[in-house]
Each structure stands twice: as C-alpha cells, then as structure tokens.
Design a protein around this ligand. Structure first.
Ligand code: AMP
Length: 374
C-alpha cells in the first residue's frame, strides 16, 4: 500500500537530514510532521507541523504517532521504550531491528561478519584485562571505540603505545567498548542503498569521502577508483540492505585498504551526508528515494546524470563564504537554516556538477574549492 498525496510522514529528529527529507516529501505531495526536542530547527522550518518534546516523552510520542500515517528517522538514537511505543502505533520505516544493529558497533560487526562481509579485525572489550588481551591479538596502533553513541569521530580514541590503554579505557563511556585493528586505508568510500516496501533494491554509485578533523569535508562522485572495486562496494551495499530487510535508505561506509580490499566501517540507516551529491546529480536523489521507500512508492533506478563534488560548509569560517558561493555560477547551494554557525557545526553544503564520465577527481576538487581557499 502506498501513501496517498496529502498523507503525513512523521520524522523523528529535527536536523538537516530531516529538513531535506521534508523538502523531498513536499515535492511528492506529502505533509511532514517533525518530532524534535528543539523548536524551529532546520527540519521544522520547512515542515507542516512539529512536536517539540524530549525523545523520552511517551505522551508526546503518542500524540505525534496519532497525527501521522508512517514514521521514519533522521536521528536514530531513540530510547528503546520510545521506539517500541512508536512501532506499536504506526508503521516505522526502517524498523527497530535495523536501528538496533546500527546503534551498536558490536551487533553491527557480528551482523556484517555473519553476512560474509569483511570489517577491520575487532574484539569486544568490557574490562582492562580484556583490552590488554585484545591489543596483544590485534597489535598497535588500534582504535578503541564506544559501541553506542559515537559519530563524527566522537567516542573513539587511537591507541599508539601500551601506556595509552588504561587512560583510554577509563575515559570512554558508555561501556562496553570495541577495539578495532588500525586500518591503513587508501581511501574511504560509501554507497547509499535504498530498499522499497516491495523489496526492490537500488544503490547509487560509490563515492569517495574525505574528512577534516573527523568531519566529512568532501565527497567525490563517483569515487575515482577501479570499476571492479566500485562494483564490489555496490554488491556489499545491496547485500546489507537485503539481509536487514531495509525499508528506506542507508549509508554503508567502507575503507579501501592499500591492497585494494574493502572493509565495512559503519552502516547508517537514514539519509547520509555522503549522499548529498545525489540531490543535484541524480534525477531521484537520496532524500526522494528515502521518502519513496517510506511511503511505499516504487523506487526508480538510482541513476546519475552527472559527476559531482559535494563540499560541506562547516562552522563560521565556511559560512563567511556564503555570499561568494551564491555569486559563483555552477555551485548549487544548500543552506540548513541554522541560526548560529558554531565551530564544527554542519551549516550547509554545495554541489558542483561535471559532465558524466569526466571524473572530477583532483581537478574537480580544486575547481570547486578555489573559492573556499583550498
Ligand atoms: P567512525 O566513527 O567509526 O565512523 O570513525 C570515524 C573516522 O575515524 C573514520 O572515518 C576513519 O577516518 C577513522 N577510523 C575509524 N576506525 C578506524 C580504524 N579501525 N582504522 C583507521 N581509521 C579509523
């Protein structure tokens, strides 16, 4: 059953991913109702209705559910009781099983390895003794991470020498932790994959992501890497979506090792920053694809009509360039409507398109960034 135009899609979370999902939903004739603790955030500004309440406020969640036809997320770290309540009242897409796997790095790695998908070598760590044993097995350097609530490099630390172990174990919360062998990667790539209610699975081309201070800075679409590697990344993403019975869109982040192997680092069952290039380089971008899946509509092929570079605009330094970005032909600007440009905060992005097959690569990056002082 697909949702008729005029139906209401509930989105939990009020940030830019909700904003761009709501914009795509409006284009398909739907109304959006945002649930967020923050009033007048990026998503609420462009939506028909919003509920401002804490994610643990069950009464507010009940009222929200009764006002919508289907529920999705742009913020997945809901308390378990809140998610259970929502699932008992309305269809929740993607469902609780996927959220549970993606919220917990241990469940995530077990799921991936069981599906035959390679990850960095890892070990669960619940005590200092276990950490020492894990380091003896995986070696140093290694990366110690919380299993929950980590993003943009938060909740993790690099262990370089034995003296780093005890302080890192004491500092990282909540426990348990997971130790990962250090991956000396040649590139970081990701694939956005969507699955519809009818089981159709589509994936956008694999892209390369470059980070600065642990925050995504640039996406190059397609990734300037060998085609067989990109095909393998594509196949991995399809497997993940099918095994999890995804309904919606999901980002699958992978490392490309120096010898050309792919290791999955993380899965994110929602629109993803590394998919923002699709908004302008594809007839149906990641947000429309997500809303189509959530609304039970058919999914078109995830085709790309152009190559693209996406540049994130972070904090006050990048936003100081906003007038120049608007004045530069060829840059396609996206502003998130956040009032305050705090350092490290994602404020917007722009896309620059290149003719398909021209592989922007380093040339495109330089061209797109001349103005941003790179
Ligand atoms: P994550 O929070 O897992 O997405 O990690 C954030 C960033 O830290 C990644 O994008 C990598 O640049 C780096 N990183 C994470 N895990 C590893 C690892 N096992 N080896 C090397 N770098 C890593």
């Amino acid at each position: 059953m697909s949702l008729a135009p005029g139906s209401v899609i509930g989105i939990v979370g009020g940030g830019q991913l909700g904003r761009m999902s709501a914009q795509a939903a409006a284009r398909l004739g739907y109304r959006v109702h945002i649930f967020s603790p923050e009033a007048d955030g990026p998503a609420a500004q462009v939506s028909a209705a919003s509920t401002v309440a804490d994610y643990a406020d069950l009464d507010a969640l009940r009222r929200f559910a009764s006002a919508v036809d289907v529920i999705t997320f742009e913020f997945e770290n809901l308390p378990a009781a809140s998610l259970e309540l929502l699932e008992s009242l309305r269809p929740v897409r993607p469902g609780a099983k996927i959220l549970a796997v993606s919220q917990d790095r241990l469940l995530e790695k077990r799921f991936l390895n069981d599906a035959g998908i390679a990850t960095a070598p890892w070990a669960a760590v619940t005590s200092e003794a276990e950490l020492e044993a894990a380091v003896a097995r995986l070696g140093l350097p290694a990366v110690l991470k919380t299993t929950r609530l980590g993003y943009d490099g938060k909740g993790q630390t690099l262990l370089r020498e034995p003296a780093d172990l005890a302080p890192a174990f004491a500092r990282l919360e909540p426990k348990p932790l997971v130790l990962e062998g250090f991956v000396d990667f040649a590139a970081e790539i990701s694939v956005m994959v969507a699955r519809g209610v009818d089981g159709t699975v589509v994936a956008f081309d694999a892209v390369e992501n470059r980070h600065k201070h642990h925050i995504l800075d640039l996406t190059l679409a397609p990734a300037p890497l060998p085609l067989d590697l990109l095909a393998e990344a594509h196949a991995i993403a399809l497997t993940v979506a099918e095994r999890l019975e995804l309904v919606g869109i999901m980002g699958v982040e992978m490392f490309v090792t120096a010898d050309g192997a792919l290791l999955v680092n993380e899965i994110a069952p929602r629109p993803h920053n590394s998919g923002h290039w699709t908004m302008d380089a594809c007839p149906c971008g990641q947000f429309e694809m997500h809303i189509r899946a959530v609304a039970g509509l058919p999914l078109p092929p995830a085709m790309r009509h152009s190559d693209a570079v996406m540049k994130n605009l972070i904090g006050p330094e990048d936003m100081a360039l906003w007038p120049q970005i608007l004045a530069t032909p060829g840059l396609i600007p996206h502003h998130y409507g956040k009032a305050e440009a705090r350092p490290g905060r994602k404020m917007g992005h722009f896309n620059r398109l290149f003719s398909k097959g021209s592989l922007p690569g380093e040339f495109g990056v330089e061209d797109a960034l001349r103005l941003v002082g790179e």
